[in-house]
Design a protein around this ligand. Structure first.
Ligand code: AMP
Ligand code: ZN
Length: 112
């Protein structure tokens, strides 16, 4: 846990969020500024700043499998995208690793 981390504070319930999934290892909540009809952030309950700092394969893998489960429970049809922005140059603004789950519209490729 990191006292000053926004997403750690969401895990602890100190900052409100629209939580769609919670278990011992993973929390998922709706992005406050959605880029698609479904835009959910999937995070580990334990603080890790970015993918570049991640060392636990099980922890990282859980994010992917939780995203797939949530995509099913959200009823996303026609595909979805999972994205991890790593580092400021890639657009990472919150330094607690998170997987974006985007769906509910046609997603173009490549992303910007
Ligand atoms: P990134 O730019 O990849 O680090 O993604 C951070 C995401 O967190 C952005 O899509 C923001 O809209 C989202 N975000 C920031 N603050 C909150 C919050 N309090 N609740 C939910 N999502 C947030
Ligand atoms: Zn954190």
């Amino acid at each position: 846990m990191n006292d000053s981390c926004l997403f750690c504070r969401i895990v602890r319930g100190e900052i409100p969020a629209k939580i769609v999934h919670r278990d011992e290892h993973v929390v998922a909540f709706r992005d406050i500024d959605p880029k698609a009809p479904t835009h959910i952030l999937v995070i580990p309950t334990e603080h890790v700043a970015s993918l570049d700092e991640a060392q636990d394969a099980t922890q990282v893998g859980r994010l992917m499998l939780a995203a797939a489960e949530i995509a099913r429970s959200e009823g996303i049809t026609g595909g979805y995208r999972t994205v991890v922005n790593t580092g400021a140059g890639a657009g990472q603004t919150v330094f607690h690793i998170h997987l974006h789950l985007l769906g509910g519209r046609k997603l173009t490729w490549p992303p910007g």
